[in-house]
Design a protein around this ligand. Structure first.
Ligand SMILES: Nc1ncnc2c1ncn2[C@@H]1O[C@H](COP(=O)(O)OP(=O)(O)OP(=O)(O)O)[C@@H](O)[C@H]1O
Length: 357
């Protein structure tokens, strides 16, 4: 039995307004981290607020361990849901020490147990040296970890995290991410995480659900969703892609780039997603044309530190290609393009098969 179920959950902020959560169905297994991801405004926060009990759905249900929390005529108040929450604007008590912040709400336990539990969590987050400090004397990242420790100290059945790393810089975010993953694994806590950073969802989640306009566009393990996006929106959201129309003939498709191997079988007109890392650019130093090689021209080059992203023109298509940061290629250079990965078959209709608008 899933720990938490959302079934056909539908929510509008105003009567007659748009459904910001639109028939949402999700299940969270015990100990699982499920990331809700998708572009800004797709309804991630609204979904978390419905689970937390801050909002009342107009239709559908929220069930925890078989108990109805929200549904027709039922609304269990938020404090009785025993969920831990760290939302974007998490608040610590500034006048209390770190230790007192983490033991806050553990009144039912004898003081030595409160302190032992809080110290155990502070240690897991590498915060043991700061237990006597007050939040204003901590960095943003340290405060963030105290907020997470405080939420976990209450041993919630489900931890709801809404953009928990929003206030951290990129380097600190990567550290906090791996730290949180380690702590969650050690604690076995089930987590529903909302993030608009695809990298965060890909790195942290056991399963992810990409949301689009209040609905789940695609759900599954991060590797599966990344390598086989269902449609162009999901492919774009998870790190950009190249859309290539073609004609499928089983496990391959004829395209302007030649015959491409496919991740799944397709026949007839198809739209394919070819990730930028599935393409490779080789400087074209030969004066003689190489049989079968695709000729490309570098149109633009963006240095990204860990690599370079090129825009190239090839066979009438404009493509994005990732390359190593020391690539000598510059705009205007000619190059050869090699396809080194498989293309994913999208559900979207290819351009020429779309009905005229
Ligand atoms: N209090 C409100 N009243 C009316 N509409 C709202 C309210 N809060 C949010 N919305 C709208 O509901 C939709 C979903 O918002 P939500 O905050 O759930 O999106 P999100 O996916 O969490 O976005 P972000 O990643 O930017 O936090 C948006 O169109 C937003 O403008």
């Amino acid at each position: 039995m899933p720990l938490l179920s959302l079934d056909q959950l539908t929510f509008r902020y105003a009567a007659g307004g748009p459904a910001v959560v639109d028939g949402l169905c999700l299940e969270l297994a015990p100990g699982e981290t499920l990331a809700l991801t998708g572009p800004s405004g797709c309804g991630k926060t609204a979904a978390l607020r419905l689970v937390a009990g801050f909002e009342r759905p107009q239709a559908g249900t929220v069930t925890l361990e078989g108990r109805l929390l929200s549904g027709p005529g039922v609304r269990v108040p938020s404090p009785q849901r025993r969920m831990g929450m760290v939302f974007q604007d998490f608040v610590l008590f500034p006048h209390l020490s770190v230790l007192e912040n983490v033991t806050f709400g553990l009144d039912a336990l004898p003081r030595p147990e409160q302190v032992a539990r809080a110290r155990g969590l502070l240690e897991l987050f590498g915060l043991e040296r700061f237990e006597a400090r007050k939040p204003p004397a901590l960095s943003g990242g340290q405060r963030q970890r105290v907020a997470l420790a405080r939420a976990l100290a209450l041993q919630p059945r489900v931890l709801l995290l809404d953009e928990p790393f929003a206030q951290l810089d990129a380097a600190l975010r990567a550290v906090a991410r791996s730290e949180l993953r380690r702590v969650l694994q050690a604690q076995g806590t089930a987590v529903l995480l909302a993030t608009k950073e695809p990298a965060e969802a890909l790195a942290l989640a056991d399963r992810m659900a990409v949301m689009w306009a209040g609905k789940v566009a695609q759900a599954g393990p991060p590797e599966a969703v990344y390598t086989a996006p269902r449609n162009a929106s999901v492919a774009w959201f998870l790190g950009g892609t190249n859309l290539v129309p073609g004609t499928g003939f089983g496990n391959g498709a004829r395209t302007a780039l030649g015959i491409l191997p496919l991740r799944s079988e397709a026949r007839g007109p198809v739209l394919l997603s070819l990730r930028p890392e599935s393409l490779r650019l080789v400087p074209d130093t030969d004066t003689v044309a190489v049989g079968g090689a695709l000729r490309a021209e570098v149109l633009a080059r963006e240095f990204q530190g860990h690599g370079v992203e090129f825009t190239v023109g090839c066979a009438g298509l404009e493509l994005t290609v990732r390359g190593p940061s020391d690539s000598p290629l510059r705009p205007g250079d000619r190059a050869r393009l090699e396809v080194v990965g498989k293309a994913a078959v999208l559900e979207d209709a290819p351009p020429h098969a779309r009905p005229p608008s």
